[in-house]
Design a protein around this ligand. Structure first.
Ligand code: ADP
Ligand code: MN
Ligand code: MN
Ligand code: MN
Ligand code: MN
Length: 356
């Protein structure tokens, strides 16, 4: 449990006297550090015209102390699943006072790319893997304090206290996502003990990144309730006895979903192959530790594809091959990737022929 015990008085039931609470949320300068702070607003505020705000960017690795203000521009709004009522979560982009985007604001670039690819209606389904971990010992939940649990095998989609840890966190998170209108398509226990996955999608264009970032925020908040941490590292336990965490990105377009789609898919895969070496650098910090060619991953330096092949860079699902249309799975992105970067890069490469 947390150091702090819960109060015997439930303040969430108090009257807010005509005010709502807006939690402004943004991505910090370390590219995986979600930050937030809240303000109160009149209950009848026009949520389509929420005020801009600012924060101390020198504390988030986004500005120097001498010119510390970074601007928050509200972009998408979700109902707050923790505070309930009319309270809201406000997902923001970050800008410098001169109007330029900050270095961590890839949403702006993604919007510019998706404005040019909207006619192809790109859909993304992202599988977020993560591990629950104990910060006191910097070690996964479900691992003994020293040493290792019994080998991988019984944990994936497991049932029972001998193989499962943290199911309450997954369940709370899924409920929170559903409350927010996040298109969470499922969850499962993963191969390593304490490792889980949730999927968000299919979502079109920019909403894939928007929904994934809010889903990550909700996961951090749910884990707080249980005093446990989320580790987004691609290879938290450095041995090929233990799987890393990925963020497989499933992808389709109007063309790939239509009659003759398999031909479109073949062209898309060829373009992804050409762009492989540059694209890999976008797939997350330390992903080279994960993409070993073992543990259901492809090799970092080799682009491969295949039907139902979980050791390939791109898997063509059997159902896509059978229907001669549908979607593909890019298995390269790591758990700590920025979904704006990955979704926009895939659309850019396959629709706009970018080399990356
Ligand atoms: P896996 O078999 O690799 O574990 P999952 O079931 O975990 O796959 O995730 C598949 C994801 O792909 C889901 O989020 C699903 O909604 C998404 N998806 C399904 N169809 C499409 C499509 N046509 N385009 C993009 N994503 C899709
Ligand atoms: Mn202050
Ligand atoms: Mn999956
Ligand atoms: Mn998985
Ligand atoms: Mn997958």
């Amino acid at each position: 449990m947390n150091e702090l015990q819960s109060s015997v008085i439930d303040f969430s039931q108090r009257n807010t006297n005509g005010r709502i609470i807006a939690e402004y949320i943004w991505l910090g300068g370390n590219l995986i550090d979600i930050r937030s702070k809240c303000m109160t607003l009149p209950e009848d505020v026009d949520v389509n015209h929420l005020p801009e705000w600012n924060f101390d960017g020198s504390s988030t690795n986004q500005a120097s102390g001498h010119d510390s203000e970074v601007i928050l521009k509200p972009k998408t709004i979700f109902p707050d699943p923790f505070r309930l009522g009319k309270h809201i979560l406000v997902w923001c982009e970050t800008y410098y006072p001169n109007g330029e985007r900050t270095d961590s604001n890839f949403r702006k670039i993604a919007v510019e790319i998706f404005n040019k690819t909207d006619h192809e209606k790109p859909w993304f389904g992202i599988e977020q893997e993560y591990i629950l971990y104990r910060k006191e010992i910097n070690w996964p939940l479900g691992f003994p304090i020293t040493g290792y649990p019994k080998p991988q095998g019984p944990y994936y989609c497991g049932v029972g206290s001998d193989v499962i840890v943290g199911r309450q966190v997954m369940e709370a998170h899924m409920r929170a996502c559903l409350h927010c209108g996040i298109n969470i398509s499922g969850t499962n226990a993963e191969v390593m003990p304490g490792q889980w996955e949730f999927q968000v999608g299919p979502c079109e264009s920019i909403s894939a990144g928007d929904q994934m970032w809010i889903a990550r925020y909700l996961l951090l908040r749910c884990a707080e309730l249980f005093g446990v941490c989320i580790c987004w590292d691609p290879k938290p336990v450095m041995s090929n006895d233990w799987n890393g965490s990925g963020c497989h990105t499933n992808y389709s377009t109007l063309g790939s979903r239509s009659e003759g789609g398999l031909e479109v898919i073949k062209q898309q895969i060829e373009k992804l192959g050409h762009a492989h070496s540059k694209y890999i650098s976008l797939t997350g910090v330390d992903n080279e530790k994960r993409l070993s060619g073992k543990c259901e991953t492809s090799d970092l330096n080799t682009f491969t594809f295949g039907v139902a092949d979980r050791g390939a860079s791109i898997r063509i699902p059997r159902v896509t091959d059978a229907n001669k249309k549908g979607y593909i799975e890019d298995r390269r992105p790591a758990s700590n990737m920025d979904p704006y970067v990955i979704t926009a890069a895939i659309a850019d490469i396959t629709i706009l022929n970018a080399e990356h």
